[in-house]
Design a protein around this ligand. Structure first.
Ligand code: MSP
Length: 511
């Protein structure tokens, strides 16, 4: 059985979940669901990143221990993912004992292999980024370029990872694994960073204690990023269950935003090589969702939370928009009007309308019982080409292409109905043939769209009578289930309320 391991970044526990975090998570979720339909053994991981000075300080301000603080704030991510119907198999918190064990095991291996040494570090640190900056990269007034807050001068004994020794091994690795980082522009960016020359990096701190202790020198804790990256190994058994680890690693798919490319495409593979492990097989990098032309941030006051949009669009309306309209790769501007337009066009008009039309005609002209499709229907060829385009889209982590392809079948089926006008015909074989084809098309659409709109797809499946006769949607297996002819006919078709009620202007008069 094929294995499919997909991860999101672990989100900073101090942040409030916003549509940018949700974007990566929903994409990972849709991929996980697609692979489950293919019958793969899937492991989908997300979680929260809970160490570091920022968390320690936030906890101090609230008069809580860092752990109490993280317990409260980590929950916000779990809540957001419940709201968005995220089907993660695990939720890792970096403060869990299993993670301490994995971090200590991995970095001890790097140390034992001779790739870590003690040194002194002096530098300008942005607490919000949890990162040191070169003076050249700062804004005038020594401000962090991302947070526009003053950086602080830190000086301390640090352990250093000898990253400089990995320049050539990394270049060799990239040369022999050309598919590792996608899209190509991002792979080139990673290779460019490596070619520029790599400096040794500081991986421990003595100035704080909210972190994983360095096993050979417990006065130090690991710097938050080097603990965080290891979460991907922890969750599949690194340091506790070698066999399990080898089942899932290194064939992982990391989904990340472009802001953390250096960590995932340079530092992480180097750390793994230094520990004697294989680097991750796939890193898929996407751009930013911009709001008003800017990256969302607390300081820009432009954050939008999933919970701001779900009441109006529904969970599936929300998921569909981000998967369909925000192509995976480039930056994309979020627009409320664009979201309404897409919802109304694809969900309310195209898919919602198709379902209600079919149910109405079947009720009136077929006695409420869905007829079987014709094997030689013109829509069969459309369905076959849609299936291969959708599969290709999901395979290359292009959900927008996969959904665009899937909606071709919706549109073609609506056109076929408009051409045949079954609502004007007398009950009989002609109507049955048209309606059987439309039901079969709906069955295939429900299946192929289910990674994006799981609840609505299940509802379509149920309304056209499949749950009892064919079995639950999530038990169907591709590719067989996508073949034309799976709708058995003779099933009760239910008329229901609109699946995607149209959103009418004035959209947000009371906001
Ligand atoms: N904790 C680190 C990641 C450690 S992974 C070992 C971190 N966390 S974060 O909370 O800042 O989240 C980073 C990820 O959230 C980004 O890489 C991206 O996937 C997602 N996004 C955050 N803001 C985003 C946008 N505005 N647009 C799209 N995705 C964004 O960095």
């Amino acid at each position: 059985m094929a294995h499919f391991y997909v991860t999101t970044p672990i989100y900073y526990v101090n942040d409030v979940p916003h549509i940018g975090h949700a974007y990566t998570t929903i994409t990972a979720d849709a991929l996980a669901r697609w692979h489950r339909l293919l019958g793969d053994d899937v492991f989908f991981l997300t979680g929260t990143d809970e160490h570091g000075l920022k968390v320690q300080r936030a906890a101090d301000t609230k008069g809580l221990t860092p752990r109490q603080h993280a317990d409260q704030t980590s929950e916000r991510f779990r809540e957001a993912w419940r709201l968005l119907d995220i089907s993660n198999d695990d939720f890792i918190r970096t403060t869990e004992p299993r993670h301490y064990e994995a971090v200590q095991t991995l970095l001890q291996a790097v140390y034992d292999n001779g790739w870590i040494e003690l040194g002194t570090y002096e530098g300008l640190y942005c607490v919000s980024c949890e990162a040191y900056y070169n003076e050249d990269d700062l804004l005038p007034g020594n401000l962090c370029p991302i947070h526009r807050r003053p950086v602080e001068l830190f000086k301390e004994d640090n352990y250093f990872f000898k990253l400089s020794a990995f320049q050539q091994p990394l270049l060799d690795w990239y040369a022999s694994h050309p598919e590792m980082v996608q899209p190509d522009s991002k792979r080139n960016e990673a290779i460019g960073l490596i070619r520029q020359g790599l400096q040794d990096i500081s991986i421990s701190r003595t100035s704080i204690n909210w972190g994983v202790p360095v096993p050979w020198d417990p006065g130090h804790v690991f710097y938050v990023w080097y603990d965080a990256l290891i979460n991907y190994a922890t969750a599949v058994g690194y340091g506790s269950d070698r066999q399990r680890f080898d089942t899932w690693w290194p064939a992982v798919h990391h989904l990340i935003g472009k802001d953390i490319l250096r960590f995932h495409c340079v530092y992480w593979p180097a750390m793994l090589l230094a520990a004697g492990e294989a680097p991750p097989r796939h890193v898929h990098v996407h751009g930013f969702l911009l709001v008003g032309g800017e990256k969302m941030s607390k300081t820009a006051f432009n954050q939008i939370a999933p919970a701001d949009l779900v009441p109006e669009f529904g969970v599936d309306g929300y998921r569909y928009h981000f998967l369909r309209d925000q192509a995976f790769g480039p930056d994309g501007e979020f627009s409320y009007e664009g979201m309404v337009a897409r919802y109304n066009a694809d969900l309310a008009n195209n898919l919602g309308n198709l379902l209600s039309r079919v149910a109405t005609v079947v009720a009136k002209q077929c006695g409420g019982v869905g007829p079987a499709p014709a094997p030689d229907s013109a829509l069969a060829a459309v369905a076959a080409s849609v299936w291969s385009a959708a599969r290709a889209g999901w395979e290359r982590v292009a959900p927008s292409d996969a959904l665009e392809a899937t909606w071709r079948l919706v549109r073609e089926t609506n056109s076929a109905l408009e051409a045949a006008q079954p609502w004007k015909l007398q009950p009989g074989p002609e109507v049955d043939a048209v309606m059987g084809d439309a039901l079969e098309a709906l069955r295939i659409v429900a299946l192929l769209a289910s990674p994006a709109i799981p609840k609505s797809s299940e509802e379509i499946w149920r309304r056209i009578g499949l749950t009892g006769a064919v079995g639950p949607l999530d038990r169907q297996r591709l590719p067989a289930a996508a073949e034309w002819g799976g709708y058995p006919g003779g099933l009760p078709v239910e008329k229901g309320t609109p699946l995607f009620p149209r959103i009418k202007p004035p959209y947000n008069a009371d906001r």
